[in-house]
Write a protein that binds this ligand. Sequence first.
Ligand code: FMN
Length: 171
Amino acid sequence: MIQEISVFDYAGKVLEQIDKGIFLTTKYQDTVNTMTIGWGGVVVIWGRPLFLVLVRDSRATYELIEKSNEFTVSIPLNNQLARELAICGTKSLREVDKFKACGLTAREGRKIATPIIGEAGLHYECKVIYKLPLDQAVVPLAVKNRYYHHNANHTVYYGEIQDQYIVEGGE
Ligand SMILES: Cc1cc2nc3c(=O)[nH]c(=O)nc-3n(C[C@H](O)[C@H](O)[C@H](O)COP(=O)(O)O)c2cc1C
């Protein structure tokens, strides 16, 4: 069963959980993947509700989202799925099918082709309407040293929220 919600009802819950990780799911043609993200959230820009996510260009997810221009975000509501979030935050699609490894279900979305994580409670379906690779020339030095010294750059994806709901029985 699906519980309908308004777009900002659970924005606080997103911020509460994102520190522990939430699922960012992408699909292009027959390839489906999910990874854990810890940065992002629901914001309003240009008078529209958006879900912002940041993806390093070294991720398999980056290749998929660049081609599909859409994504879903799935959020455990009760502090669950910690083991799955740990695996999806450390393993890449390039080494393992994380759905199989974690026993996660790719459940069909309602408005876009990308599925949601069936085991999680709260879901957002998003279409990328803008993206911005970080300009390292203006990133604060302390941030640069900490996050980009050895690592690939992040692109910020602005996902216009197409749908949001709770899957009852999800964690
Ligand atoms: C708690 C947590 C938060 C993370 N947040 C992000 C993030 O916001 N952006 C990002 O690019 N990677 C993030 N990662 C790392 C990716 O989840 C990880 O590199 C993953 O294996 C990439 O999978 P992929 O190559 O299949 O896309 C995070 C990892 C953890 C454990």
